[in-house]
Design a binder for this molecule. Structure first.
Ligand code: DAH
Length: 360
């Protein structure tokens, strides 16, 4: 017969030495599992005489109960030690900032933001958006806009030309958004009110010029439109865009082949301490060219200039973005530098609206 007290000591020691739940389970199986030492002893009870069973039964059952209890106590202790360890190692600092989602980290490029701002302002005045293609023909970029062949104004545009095609025609990268005036007048019956934001190209590069840049063209064609309408629209635009209550504008005579009369517009500003502010000060800053659409241009589009007249303007988007958001150099706009974009870019969900504010 097994020495019960030696077995108990052995089991109690093994239980005490178990360092994790798996080791403890192994001890339990060795004692109380199907082929366990205590289970083996319990099985011997059946073959005993009643007297023998009376004597050994309580001893073996007592052993089983004490070992079962020791196992339970040890399991509870191991469980709570494991929990304590997890709580130590998995501690959460609830004061840490939340990690940002990709949507929150992304930024809208200032040019896209300014195009959205322009669209919002002019949509409120009843303008729709028209678009053309970056590659144009000489006819749309120059001839239809009343630049006669050989006229010196063509040379001022530093045009990028493609190689001549089989018909000898040289396509070009549009030098301004004005050719879309022609496409629009040829395809939409007046009255029409459109703005045309888009990419334009000239062979030029310095702090304020890049070979690719952006313009927004405006065009209104109707029977009774006149310069007074143009002045009002531009003044309203400047107040909304620069977010000031009032802005003084100066109209200077100028020359563009596609407008007559042609005008350049300056807006009042102050330049104290190298910072430009609008709606105050004594200085002037040129922001756009405009004029009444030349009768030749209207005629080139198949319309009768005695019936229809209108006005147009063209403005550099990059330039007004630099002015509004205080960016000193144009070149980083197109360098795809994430540090620049995270500094000057806009949050994707801060959409410009007239009611909510354009540049919040
Ligand atoms: N296309 C001109 C340029 O790129 C800008 C311009 C001036 C557009 C007068 C116009 C306008 O529509 O009326 O320099």
């Amino acid at each position: 017969m097994t020495d019960l007290s030696a077995l108990e000591t052995e089991l109690v020691n093994a239980i005490a030495a178990a360092s994790d739940e798996a080791a403890l389970e192994a001890v339990r199986v060795a004692a109380l599992g199907k082929a366990g030492s205590i289970s083996g002893l319990l099985k011997t009870l059946g073959a005993m005489t009643p007297d023998e069973r009376k004597e050994k039964g309580p001893l073996i059952n007592g052993l089983r109960d004490r070992v079962t209890e020791a196992l339970t106590t040890k399991r509870d202790a191991l469980k709570s030690a494991a929990l304590d360890q997890r709580l130590q190692s998995e501690r959460v600092d609830v004061t840490l900032p939340l990690p940002q989602s990709p949507a929150a980290r992304g930024r809208i490029h200032p040019i896209s933001q300014v195009i959205d701002e322009l669209t919002t302002i002019f949509a409120d005045m009843g303008f729709s958006v028209a678009e053309g293609s970056d590659i144009e023909t000489d006819f749309f970029n120059f001839t239809a806009l009343n630049f006669p062949v050989g006229h010196p104004a063509r040379e001022m545009h530093d045009t990028f030309f493609f190689n001549p095609d089989e018909k000898g025609e040289r396509k070009l990268l549009r030098t301004h958004t004005s050719p879309v005036q022609i496409h629009t007048m040829m395809s939409v019956k007046p009255p029409l009110r459109v703005i045309i934001p888009g990419r334009t190209y000239r062979c030029d590069s310095d702090q304020t010029h890049t070979p690719m840049f952006h313009q927004v063209e405006g065009l209104v064609i109707d029977k009774g439109s006149h310069l007074g309408h143009l002045k009002w629209i531009l003044a309203e635009f400047c107040k909304s865009f620069f977010e000031v209550d009032d802005v003084k504008m100066r109209f200077r005579p100028s020359f563009f082949p596609f407008t007559e009369p042609s005008v350049e517009v300056d807006i009042q500003c102050s330049r104290k301490g190298g910072e430009i502010r609008f709606g105050e000060g004594e200085d002037w800053l040129e922001i756009l060219g405009c004029g009444m659409v030349h009768p030749n241009v209207i005629r080139n589009c198949g319309l009768d200039p005695d019936e229809y007249q209108g006005f147009a303007w063209g403005m550099g988007i990059d330039r007004i973005a630099m002015l509004k958001y205080g960016m000193p150099d144009l070149r980083p706009f197109f360098e795809a530098d994430l540090r620049w974009l995270s500094h000057y870019g806009f949050r994707p969900l801060d959409l410009p609206t007239l009611a909510g504010g354009l540049s919040v």
